[in-house]
Design a protein around this ligand. Sequence first.
Ligand code: 13P
Length: 270
Amino acid sequence: MRTPFVAGNWKMNTTVAEAEKLVLEMLDGLGRIGGIEKVLCPPFVSLVAIEMMLKGSTIKLGAQNMHFETKGAYTGEISPLMLSDMCEFVILGHSERRHYFGETDEIVNKKVKTALTGGLKPILCIGERLEEKEAGKTEEVLSRQVRNALDGIRPGGPSGGSESRQTQDEHMTARLVIAYEPVWAIGTGKAATGEEAATTIHFIRGIVADLWTEALAQDLRVLYGGSVTSANIGEFVSQPVIDGALVGGASLKAEEFVGIVERTAEIRRA
Ligand code: 13P
């Protein structure tokens, strides 16, 4: 059984004061909901303050990005070493990083590797653009994104490995979460249908089964993201292959986000 998972990606929104206020507004509501992993991903500058506020709660913290090197002359960048003290998760390969900041599959692959070896759990984002969907290329795009992002990351290690190495790597691969976020659904109010998302997520698990093993693919959590609200979340999480959501806009409203987490936990419990 996969534990359901809902993360809020606040993107480039909220000052530190606004972030603290938002956390205060959702802390009690989220704290009351069990049987689900709840993750907040505020901007970097708010991580320290929010980590303090979340101490002793069941709410986890994630970053929205990181560099693939652990330290060095990379002005303005944040390394996994700086994050791993306070964050459990890190969003990697978000379409906004890919499209506005030129992140290639190769860069995403380096980031996933460094995150895993640095003790962070990557939320790897993949998704096709509208023109790719219209050209019937969704599966081709997703297959390329998953295969490239996970290149060289496999149970048994890059060169086969000993039995203990294998156990270690299986543990490592189990820390990955994939978020399927069709680019045409992000911030547009035009979410995929539950059925559409389920079919695509089933396909994504198939790629992971092909790369790793069927058992590892079955353990892997795959989320849907793109215009998720408390009104439509049920459509997604009532599909057994969809383990939860990566929420953008609606995660900036306390009541909405708590509602999304509540509904997911409720449906998954049933
Ligand atoms: P919206 O929920 O605002 O569509 O954003 C989704 C997203 O990009 C989450 O990472």
